[in-house]
Each structure stands twice: as structure tokens, then as C-alpha cells.
Design a protein around this ligand. Structure first.
Ligand SMILES: Nc1ncnc2c1ncn2[C@@H]1O[C@H](COP(=O)(O)OP(=O)(O)OP(=O)(O)O)[C@@H](O)[C@H]1O
Length: 770
């Protein structure tokens, strides 16, 4: 047995014994014992005198019990001192049954408080029993109160405190009074059912020969017509089992261990540097978490009756199918409970897997998923929805140390795992994400959650969004970010693309941007954007997050024209800091083609309609069993099996509040322009290298000249960025600038010297050029 478990159980037993002794000793308090004990020194527990005293005592708990009773009843709170003893009993029981220790702690405070109030009330009375009921402390409190606020005032105060304590008990300790009452009645019903079932079972054992005993546990009754009595009994027993979720635990039934969920360390996200200066020297302020909905702390209350019931039903069904379980533990997540079953050595794992449908039917529940085996564990997992789904709020997943102190480049929160751990991933390592799920399963909320996490973590210098929203309404609120986070497309007015043909253009622009970034990286002699930004912080490139909210709409109208840039980007864009998040509600093979799938190793499946859809997205079943409303399976690149996660909820009102908070701030001076894609250039008949005007210089020559003079910096990458040129063209212009005497010769990887120091001098020089 687990050492920790054993220690807890032993402590529980010891505390229980102490509590019983304490309560018993106080209950049997007798005033006459005081005179009997008077002749005995306080430390005398042994010897002749002690033996004689014990025989005269009325308290059956001996000298120690009598002294304890005297101490507490006379000097503390009188008989009321028994009440905190109940808290001690509760501690013992909670330790023994491996329950959370929060409720007994709360109960202890409560009992101490209520005892002080009650003892003071007794202290106020003049009744003869007042003394033993209130003890010295009760009398003293009563005296103090009646001196300070008068006798009537003391009664009013104490009555108010007592009423408040009763209300508190009803509101907090009995969380939902009506539910509890109902479950208490159901509990009595279940108990009655169990007693009847046990009685019938005993009767049937007595009334039939031993050889038939085994047949009782068979899923199907024997087909022997002579055996109608046994048959009927079997049916009855099974019916009973189904009706009363009977599941009376047999002697050898394994005990359930409830695994404590992860307690994420909380942190105030607003207590960090909220104000930053952008490269444009504009002050930017991060949104405050107060813009997100304030909720009561997420309730991690575990309904143990419900849990025990599910466990019993599960074990009952497994027993019917002859699957023996030796150990069982449960982790209660936001929506489902994960039961981890350790099987007997002779049980094949495949037996449990093949029971998925039977179990789902037997337990009459949706959302049952079997993980066989749980990776890295000697156990099989069965996820069963519990009756108390909890919403995971966006605020609660951001207000944790993990998010506040993360060192990720693009941190996105995905949600909470079954163990209540906040699941945070770096989009950079994913590096692209494919999301699928039926209508209304929570995809758009999921995308909002990811974008919101990025807005809370990144400044507009660090990340830019390319938003493609064929559904037109899903990403509407992000329009507020136009001066901060949204890119600008060459020749397009809109910054959020809704038209499928423009979407193709936008994707090709991003593809072109990718190529240009590769040129830049090559020139700088670095392998990826992180190195580039470290090496040239002044010219740091922002990450680009491309979101496509409905791939199906694009694939239907544009087909290969969309597939091609998406595939190319997915294959190549990681190193240059471009990351895709692509969602679809139609996870069929004509939308998520083999090529797209192969290039998106990280995938999220929300609830889908069928096993086939689940296979299309995850290469395995499971997503058809999800519960909707943000219940999802995340398949990371690094893990063999997907993880079940509950996506947080962020409302469109919250998104609007965050984006308009950002939108109201001063915008950046310069938009981040994406280059014109090649399709246009080809259409105009302009080929690579065909940009010369009639003087033999590039058409952008003059603009480039002004740019280098303005910045006093002869760098090819400056021309690339500011004029949105490819590397080779920018380098060619630089050579032309050198030939014209505007910049000096190349000097290794350093920027060239600029030989003209003002625009006037430049204009003069340009006019005199042949
Ligand atoms: N994480 C969540 N927690 C609680 N409820 C959620 C969650 N996600 C979604 N929902 C509920 O489901 C509804 C539909 O979600 P959402 O709009 O994201 O679905 P969708 O998959 O984008 O659907 P469609 O494809 O039709 O746009 C929401 O309005 C909300 O009520």
C-alpha cells in the first residue's frame, strides 16, 4: 500500500479515537467527580491512590477523562465544548477516506465560532444549568458584552450572530440545500434498495444449489426453461442493479482514491509592466484582466455521492463483462471524471477497448471515452461526464503564475486538463494548428481564447495578425486592432479578409512575405526569426499569426489556389515566424486534404458528428464522444495520444472590451505592410528583374535614395522592409545607389555609409544624374 495513504489513514484513525474519547469524557462529566479527584495530584495516574479514586469516579473515561471533562466544562466553554469535538471527528473521517481537508478546516472555524456564541448566550442566562453550559469563558464573554453593550444589547448581538451562522451553514456547508435534501432522500432509497437486494441475494443463495451460483452474474440468463425461478431472480437482481444503480460494493471491490487536482498558483497579471514603448516610440498599454468577466472562484467541490455512484456502476458493468479491476482512482475535471483502472494481470487491455460502446450504453451516458492504456501508466482510463459541469473562465486561466511568468514567444492558452491544470502552449513550437469541430462545438470561442491570450502576452511589435474570416462575423471585433495588430495588404482596403478570392490574395501575400523573410535571414546569416531578432533588435520582425476561421468556404470556392499557399506556408514558414491557425466545421477529406493534414502535426478536435470525422482530424476515434461547448481533444506534436482539455469561455462582449481598449490607444505610426504577391506582377507582365525604367535604373531608385538619406543607413534590409522588395531587387538598387555616389561601397555585413547628408543635396544630385 502507498505509504502516504497509509499515513493518512492511521492519522485519521488516531484522530477519530481522540475525538470519541474527548466527546465521551465530556458527555459523562459529573460534578461529584471533582471532590473525588481533589485528593489526587494532577500527575497521579498510577499507584494505590489512583486505583481507589477510579473506583469512586462516575465518569467511565477514567482519571484522565474526568480531568479533561472538568477542565473543558469548568474552565472553557461548558458542555458547548463538545461541539468542536465534532470537528475533530470530521478531520479523522476525512483523513481516513482521503477526502479534501478544506471542508473540515472550514467546519473547525465554524464550530469554534458557534461554540463561542452559544456559550456566551448560556452565560447570559441566570438558569441553574447556565454555568455548566457556558464554562468560564462563556461567562466571561457574557459579562464583557453586557458591560459594554448592555444585557439586551448582548442578547441582540448574540442572536444576530447565531442567525448569521445558521444562514452561513445553510448557504456554504449545504451548498445547494434542495439538491442535498433530494440526494439524501435518494441515498435512503439506494440504501433501502441495497438492503432489499442483499436480502434477496441471500435468499436466492440459500434456495439454489452451489453450481448455479455463478450463473447469477452472467449477463444473459440461462436458457433452461426449468430454471424459471433462478431466471426471474436473475432478472430481478439485474433490474434492481440498474434501477437503484445498486452496485452494492462487494467485499473485494476496490476502494476508490480521489486524486487531488493540480492547484495552479495564482498570480495577478495586472501586476507586471503594463506599459511599454513600441519601436515607433508610441506608449502601448496591455489590457487589464478586469476587462474579463469576474467570476466566483471556480468551484472545485466534488460530489462524492455522484462519484461513488459512477464508480459502482462502472465496476458493476465491468464485472458483468468479466473485467477484474484491482485498483481504481478518480480525477474530477471540469466536465468529466477520469477513472484510472488497474486491471488484474490476466485481463487483456483490448477487452476494455472493445467494450467502449457497451459501456456507453450500459451507463446511459454520452461522452464516455476509453484510453487504453494511459500513456506512461499501468492503467486504463475511462472518462465519464459528471453531472456538475464547470465553466472554465478565461480570467481564471490567465491569472496564474504559469501564464504570467511564461517565457514563450507566442503563448496560447488551450484550457484546463482533467487534472485542472492550465494547458499553455507556445504557438511557435506547435508550429501550426488545425482545428475541426461540428457547428456550435466551440471553435470560434477557441480561436477567441487563443487570440485573447496573445493580446494579453504580446505587444503590437511582437505579433501581427492576418485574419481571414469567410463567415464574416466571427472575427468582427478584431477590426478595433487595425492600427496595432492587423497587417495591411498591398492594394486592399480591408484588414480582415472576408471574401474568398481576396483570401487567396492575402495568403499569397503571406507566402511572399515568407520568401522575403527567408532572404533577410539568409543575408543576416541566421537560421530563424528568434536569432534574427536577437542579432538585429532594431530591425526585429514581428511574428505573424494567420487565422483562417473557415477553411471549407475557401476550399469550395478556391480549391487548389488555397491549398497551395496554405501547404507551402505550413511546410516552410515556421523558421520565419509565420504560424497558421486553420479551423473548419467540415473535417472531410476534401477539405482537410492529405497534404494539408500532413503539414499540420498539432490538431484540435472539438465535438464532431462521426467516428470518420474524428479519424480525419485526429487519425483516431474519440472526438465523436466529446460533449460540445469547448470540450476538446488536443493532439500535440510531441505526444502519442490526444489530451482531453476543456476550453475556457470568453464571450464576444469580453473580446469587444479588450479590442476596443487597445483600439482607443494611439495607433502605431506605420502599418505592417505585406508585399504584393507574385500573381499581380505576372498579370502585369512584370517579371523578376524587369523593374528598370528608361534610364536603366530601377523604378524604385529615387524612393530608395530618399529612404537611405533619411535614415542615413545604406542597408539592403531597410529597402526590403520599407519598400516591400525582394532581396535581389533591393540589392540591385543598392548597387545602383553606389554607382550614383549616394552610398559607399559594401563593407562586409555592415550597412554602407551614406554619402549624401540632406534631401536637398540628394535632389540636386538626382537632377544632375544622366
Ligand atoms: N469553452 C466553452 N465553454 C462554455 N460554452 C461554450 C464554450 N465554447 C462554446 N460554448 C458555447 O457554444 C456556443 C457555440 O460556440 P462557437 O460559436 O464557438 O461554436 P462554433 O464551433 O464556432 O460554431 P460555428 O462553426 O457554427 O461557428 C457558444 O455560444 C457558447 O454558448
Amino acid at each position: 500500500m502507498n505509504k502516504e495513504k497509509l499515513k493518512k489513514e492511521l492519522s485519521g484513525i488516531v484522530l477519530g479515537i481522540i475525538a470519541f474519547f474527548y466527546i465521551g469524557a465530556l458527555l459523562f462529566y459529573d460534578q461529584d467527580d471533582q471532590t473525588v479527584l481533589a485528593g489526587l495530584k494532577w500527575y497521579e495516574f498510577f499507584g494505590r491512590g489512583a486505583m481507589e479514586t477510579v473506583s469512586k469516579l462516575h465518569n467511565p473515561f477514567g482519571i484522565f477523562g474526568a480531568r479533561l471533562a472538568e477542565l473543558f466544562i469548568r474552565s472553557f466553554l461548558g458542555y458547548v465544548s463538545i461541539v468542536p469535538g465534532l470537528a475533530l471527528l470530521y478531520w479523522g473521517w476525512s483523513l481516513l477516506r482521503h477526502k479534501s481537508l478544506k471542508p473540515p478546516l472550514l467546519f473547525t472555524f465554524y464550530t469554534v465560532f458557534i461554540s463561542l456564541v452559544a456559550a456566551s448566550m448560556f452565560g447570559l442566562t441566570t438558569a441553574p444549568f447556565g454555568d455548566v453550559m457556558s464554562g468560564a469563558i462563556g461567562r466571561m464573554l457574557a459579562a464583557v458584552l453586557s458591560t459594554v453593550i448592555g444585557y439586551t444589547g448582548a442578547w441582540i448581538l448574540l442572536a444576530a450572530l447565531a442567525a448569521a451562522a445558521t444562514l452561513f451553514a445553510v448557504r456554504i456547508l449545504v451548498e445547494n440545500p434542495f439538491d442535498k435534501l433530494r440526494s439524501a432522500f435518494t441515498g435512503i432509497g439506494v440504501l433501502k434498495g441495497r438492503i432489499v437486494a442483499a436480502f434477496e441475494h441471500k435468499k436466492s443463495r440459500e434456495s439454489k444449489p452451489e453450481s448455479e451460483e455463478a450463473e447469477l452474474s452472467l449477463p444473459f440468463p440461462p436458457e433452461n426453461p426449468e430454471n424459471t425461478f433462478v431466471e426471474k431472480l436473475t432478472e430481478e437482481a439485474q433490474e434492481e442493479a440498474a434501477n437503484s444503480s445498486s452496485s452494492a460494493p462487494t467485499d473485494d471491490e476496490p476502494e476508490i482514491t480521489i486524486r487531488e487536482g493540480v492547484h495552479e498558483k495564482e498570480a495577478d497579471l495586472d501586476k507586471r509592466r503594463l506599459k511599454v514603448k513600441t519601436k515607433d516610440r508610441i506608449a502601448y498599454r496591455f489590457p487589464s484582466v478586469d476587462l474579463l468577466r469576474h467570476t466566483r472562484e471556480e468551484d472545485d467541490y466534488i460530489d462524492e455521492t455522484l462519484l461513488e455512484d459512477s464508480k459502482n456502476r462502472l465496476l458493476e458493468k465491468l464485472r458483468i463483462y468479466k473485467v477484474e479491476v484491482v485498483r481504481i482512482s478518480a480525477t474530477v475535471g471540469p466536465r468529466v471524471t477520469l477513472f484510472e483502472l488497474e486491471l488484474a494481470p490476466d485481463v487483456k487491455v483490448s477487452r476494455v477497448t472493445s467494450l467502449e460502446n457497451d459501456l456507453a450504453m450500459a451507463m446511459a451516458a454520452r461522452g464516455i471515452r476509453i484510453i487504453a492504456p494511459i500513456p506512461g501508466k499501468n492503467a486504463v482510463g475511462v472518462e465519464i461526464p459528471h453531472g456538475k459541469p464547470r465553466t472554465v473562465w478565461m480570467r481564471s486561466v490567465l491569472q496564474v503564475e504559469k501564464f504570467k511568468n511564461n517565457k514563450m514567444a507566442l503563448p496560447v492558452v488551450l484550457g484546463k486538463t482533467i487534472a485542472n491544470e492550465v494547458y499553455l502552449e507556445d504557438l511557435v513550437t506547435m508550429p501550426h494548428l488545425l482545428i475541426a469541430g461540428a457547428t456550435g462545438s466551440g471553435k470560434s470561442v477557441g480561436i477567441n481564447v487563443m487570440l485573447t491570450s496573445l493580446l494579453y502576452a504580446c505587444s503590437p511589435d511582437r505579433v501581427k495578425f492576418v485574419l481571414i474570416d469567410p463567415k464574416r462575423v466571427e472575427l468582427l471585433h478584431y477590426q478595433n486592432l487595425k492600427n496595432h495588430f492587423l497587417v495591411k495588404f498591398h492594394g486592399l482596403d480591408e484588414q480582415i479578409i472576408t471574401d474568398p478570392t481576396k483570401a487567396v490574395y492575402a495568403l499569397k501575400s503571406v507566402e511572399k512575405e515568407m520568401e522575403q523573410r527567408y532572404d533577410l535571414l539568409e543575408k543576416a546569416g541566421v537560421r530563424n526569426i528568434a536569432d534574427f531578432n536577437r542579432k538585429q533588435p532594431d530591425e526585429a520582425l514581428p511574428y505573424l499569426v494567420v487565422v483562417v476561421d473557415e477553411l471549407a468556404d475557401l476550399m469550395i470556392t478556391a480549391g487548389r489556389d488555397v491549398e497551395e499557399p496554405i501547404t507551402r506556408l505550413a511546410q516552410l514558414s515556421r523558421a520565419v515566424g509565420i504560424h497558421l491557425i486553420v479551423a473548419t466545421q467540415r473535417p472531410s477529406v476534401d477539405i482537410i486534404t492529405g497534404v494539408i493534414k500532413a503539414n499540420f502535426p498539432a490538431r484540435i478536435a472539438f465535438q464532431v458528428a462521426s467516428k470518420v470525422d474524428s479519424r480525419t482530424i485526429l487519425d483516431g476515434s474519440g472526438a465523436e464522444q466529446l460533449l460540445g461547448n469547448g470540450d476538446m481533444l488536443y493532439q500535440p506534436t510531441s505526444q502519442p495520444k490526444p489530451e482531453r482539455i476543456q476550453c475556457p469561455y470568453v464571450s464576444s462582449g469580453e473580446v469587444e472590451a479588450i479590442t476596443s481598449f487597445i483600439g482607443k490607444q494611439d495607433g502605431l505610426k506605420n502599418f505592417y505592410h505585406l508585399p504584393q504577391p507574385d500573381i499581380k506582377e505576372k498579370g502585369n507582365g512584370v517579371q523578376n528583374g524587369g523593374f528598370q525604367d528608361k534610364d536603366g535604373r530601377d523604378s524604385m531608385f529615387e524612393e530608395a535614395a530618399h529612404l537611405v538619406v533619411m535614415h542615413q543607413q545604406g542597408s539592403v534590409s531597410l529597402l526590403q522592409r520599407r519598400l516591400k522588395l525582394g532581396f535581389s531587387r533591393a540589392a540591385r538598387i543598392m548597387d545602383q545607389l553606389e554607382a550614383a555616389g549616394i552610398v559607399g561601397p559594401a563593407d562586409g555585413s555592415k550597412a554602407r555609409d551614406v554619402l549624401v547628408d540632406s534631401h536637398d543635396a540628394l535632389d540636386l544630385l538626382l537632377r544632375n544624374l544622366d
